[in-house]
Design a protein around this ligand. Structure first.
Ligand code: NAI
Length: 262
């Protein structure tokens, strides 16, 4: 399907810091924000891919290298974005990773890797952006959680735990920051066609003794709206949450799953 393009005039001229935005869902969010007249800092571990994305997104988007697991890196990256864009009103903590393994085979390293990127990464990105927003008395934060933040996902127990934590953090932060004029929400995507999904489909096919096509057909069968989700399906909701259209929404984890989870 073609991307949906509603217009939110309040977004025009704003500046956004989006992590994990070189590819996939983050990139679609960067593109959708750019279409609203937002200047975007595409912050990603993969600097080369971020630069390619910034060039293709256009609209004055810039590329910034960041490792969301490290406080100093997020601080430097956010300061670079502030300097280059002249300010920042929107932070999207989207960078995330997954590995797939039965719970009883999980290693400490796998657990830590998922929590370092998915949970600590959101904590650091939100805290560092929010310290700036508090000074301005306004700002919006959107976190990319997951369907796996609402229902435990088999073979992804560690990932699920890291994403449930994101929603707990999102709710508590929303309560703390509401009096300061800052809204904090999350999107919870389902089975989205990205490089993460391609890796998961391969692992799942091996672990369940299925073909990749079989795994994908299974995802579609679980989806009432009957197709694989696109990054643009998620981006249009993330942009809405950034806009004044969502001005009375905070602390929400919005399911964008084609009805997989209701
Ligand atoms: P992806 O793997 O296609 O892209 C992730 C991006 O994050 C990459 O550009 C990667 O370089 C970057 N990244 C990874 N580690 C990083 C770090 N330490 N610091 C900075 N950047 C880093 O993944 P996708 O599918 O676009 O996922 C985006 C978000 O959506 C993640 O938080 C993921 O957990 C979440 N999600 C994805 C779903 C899916 O089906 N693809 C479903 C639900 C949630």
């Amino acid at each position: 399907p073609q991307p949906v393009v509603p217009t939110y005039p309040d977004l025009a001229g704003k500046r956004a810091f989006v992590t994990g935005a070189a590819v996939g869902i983050g990139r679609a969010i960067a593109e959708a924000l750019t279409r609203q007249g937002v200047r975007v800092a595409i912050a990603d571990l993969n600097r080369e891919a971020a630069e390619e994305a910034a060039g293709s997104v256009g609209g004055g988007a810039i590329a910034i290298a960041v490792d969301v697991r490290k406080r100093a890196s997020v601080e430097t990256a956010f300061a670079e974005a502030l300097e280059a864009l002249g300010g920042c009103e929107i932070a999207v903590a989207n960078a995330g990773v997954s590995t797939m393994n039965p719970a009883l085979d999980l290693t400490d390293e796998e657990w830590d890797f998922n929590f370092d990127v998915n949970t600590r990464g959101v904590f650091l990105t939100n805290q560092i952006a929010a310290r700036h927003f508090v000074k301005n008395g306004s700002g919006v934060i959107v976190n990319t959680a997951s369907l796996a933040a609402k229902v435990g996902a088999p073979l992804l127990a560690h990932y699920s735990a890291s994403k449930f934590a994101v929603l707990g953090w999102t709710q508590a932060l929303a309560r703390e920051l509401a009096p300061k004029g800052i809204r904090v929400n999350a999107v919870c995507p389902g089975f989205v066609k990205t490089s993460m999904q391609a890796r998961e489909v391969e692992w799942e096919a091996t672990l369940r003794g299925m073909t990749a096509e079989g795994v994908l057909a299974d995802y579609v069968a679980q989806t009432p709206l009957g197709r694989i989700e696109t990054p643009e399906d998620v981006a249009s909701v993330a942009v809405f949450l950034c806009s004044d259209g969502a001005r009375f929404m905070t602390g929400q984890g919005i399911n964008v799953t084609g009805g997989v989870y209701m």
